[in-house]
Write a protein that binds this ligand. Structure first.
Ligand code: MN
Length: 134
């Protein structure tokens, strides 16, 4: 066994994230038989992802602030620190911080057979979908 190398924090790209969102990879596969990827993701107030889906679903464990997760049916689920949200394979959704506070969550996904297709990115989220717009 060994301590994994520490990877640098990276800023997520504006094509897929609105506002400042920072990513720290915690777990990546160590062998061909592994699929799990775990990341700590930190959102500035009001920051959010674009619409996207995950080939094998995703678990999101909120560790700080107030998180909102929206779907195409107009549901907006508020998630507090200590709670875990699950989004099933192929379901379009977005992640957002509340407008007035940083938000941090741990994201857990299983890679697709082709890791490049693990997450499918789509268009940015309309402002009226976000918390504070209602
Ligand atoms: Mn997601």
């Amino acid at each position: 066994m060994h301590i994994e190398p520490r990877r640098p924090t990276v800023k997520n790209p504006p094509e897929q994230f609105a506002g400042d969102v920072w990513l720290d990879l915690i777990v990546v596969p160590s062998s061909e038989s592994q699929r799990t990827v775990v990341a700590k993701v930190r959102f500035a107030p009001g920051a959010r992802t674009a619409w996207h889906s995950h080939a094998r679903g995703q678990h999101l464990h909120v560790t700080e602030g107030v998180a909102y997760f929206g779907d195409r049916d107009g549901n907006l689920i508020e998630v507090r620190p200590g709670q875990t949200l699950y989004t099933p394979p192929g379901e379009d959704h977005f992640h957002a911080a509340s407008p007035d506070s940083f938000m941090e969550h741990i994201a857990i996904v299983e890679n697709a057979d082709d890791p490049a297709t693990t997450t499918v990115w789509k268009e940015h989220v309309e402002d009226d979908r976000l918390p504070g717009a209602r």
